[in-house]
Design a protein around this ligand. Structure first.
Ligand code: SF4
Length: 342
């Protein structure tokens, strides 16, 4: 007999159909959304019915690393003997969970450890949702040491728009109020934007879009993101259409590399590129997190602050992110399954 499909990849409607009623599916999702094992919360008969309808396979934790600031990196086993990393970032009264969309990544950004792995494979929807379930379970097990989950960002390993079918399915499960019930405003998909068509494909996706721009100059951007094939102006136009249709701001991420893309001219180029954007633009500036074997140093604090000030002077919102989880190699650009990485 064929194995039933993975529970963590089913929408509430699909599960209701397999279980024979929406009430039965609701009970299961209530447990999943609390990071629990639904089988423990069901009667033996309902548990048997669930086992016939779907396979519950939470992602096992292979390793866990906790940084001095509380940022917690989980190395999770996925199908076919692979592993992915997700990161819990606690802040005051809330936790942000950064999840992966692929094992490795083929975009090859020069400052990113994941990029050095190349693409191993794309994750299924159940493996993306599985990371959220694992994060919720870790928060529940921390007994108050980690605040409740508020935000989910697809900013871990992989390029989400290179895996659109699974990402779209996972977003639907996560944001369905009968599913995990995550508010779309607390969900962000971060992308280098492989092409204008890939960006437009996300028009109807729930949540916010964040564009990993890194440089507004095409030649410099191609040096930093060597797989970039489209001019930033064409990509900007695609984001403009999508954000206007969704009535949402665009988040723009710039990883600041010392003496590479952190000068006044670079800030001015980013401001010029996004002047007149149809919705609000919010810049997130992140001095690069050093990673072994990669040649970049973070922008000096005064240069990063000057970059931020220049964008603000030109009317943009710009925040300078403080690095989180560096000592557990859990920070942006530091995720990779390398020997000793866990
Ligand atoms: S920064 Fe993102 S898109 Fe670029 S290589 Fe790393 S994971 Fe891939």
């Amino acid at each position: 007999m064929a194995r039933p499909p993975p529970l963590l990849g089913l929408t509430p409607d699909a599960l209701a159909e397999r279980l024979g009623g929406p009430g039965r599916a609701r009970a299961v999702f209530r447990a999943l959304a609390a990071g629990a094992d639904p089988r423990a919360e069901l009667t033996p008969k309902a548990s048997l019915r669930l086992a016939e309808a779907a396979t519950f396979a939470p992602l096992p934790i292979q390793a866990r690393a906790v940084a001095s600031d509380g940022t917690t990196k989980l190395l999770l086993s996925v199908d076919e003997g692979h592993a992915v990393e997700c990161v819990l970032i606690p802040e005051r009264d809330r936790t942000t969970l950064c999840v992966s969309s692929q094992v490795g990544c083929r975009r090859g950004c020069r400052f990113c450890l994941t990029g050095t792995m190349g693409l191993v494979r794309s994750l299924g929807a159940h493996e993306i949702v599985g990371q959220v379930h694992a994060g919720l379970a870790a928060i529940a097990a921390a007994d108050g040491a980690l605040p409740p989950l508020r935000n989910v960002v697809l900013m871990g390993m992989g390029e989400p728009l290179d895996n659109p079918v699974a990402v779209e399915a996972a977003l639907a499960i996560l944001t369905d109020h009968r599913g995990f019930g995550l508010a779309p405003r607390h969900l962000t998909v971060s992308t280098v934007a492989p092409s204008p068509a890939a960006v437009r494909r996300a028009t109807a996706w729930p949540g916010h879009l964040a564009w990993s721009l890194h440089a507004a100059d095409d030649a410099l951007r191609s040096a930093l993101v060597p797989t970039a094939r489209f001019a930033v102006a064409a990509l900007r136009d695609a984001f403009a259409e999508v954000c206007a249709a969704r009535g949402q701001p665009l988040f723009v991420e710039l990883t600041l590399l010392d003496e590479v893309n952190d000068g006044d001219a670079h800030a001015d180029a980013a401001a010029a590129l996004l002047a007149g954007f149809p919705t609000e633009v919010r810049f997130n500036l992140l001095p690069v997190n050093p990673a072994p074997g990669l040649p970049f140093r973070p922008a000096a604090p005064e240069r990063a602050a000057a970059f931020q000030a220049r964008l603000i002077e030109r009317g943009f919102f710009a925040s300078l992110r403080r690095p989180r989880g560096q000592d557990a190699r859990a920070a942006c650009g530091q995720l990779a399954i390398l020997p000793g990485a866990a």
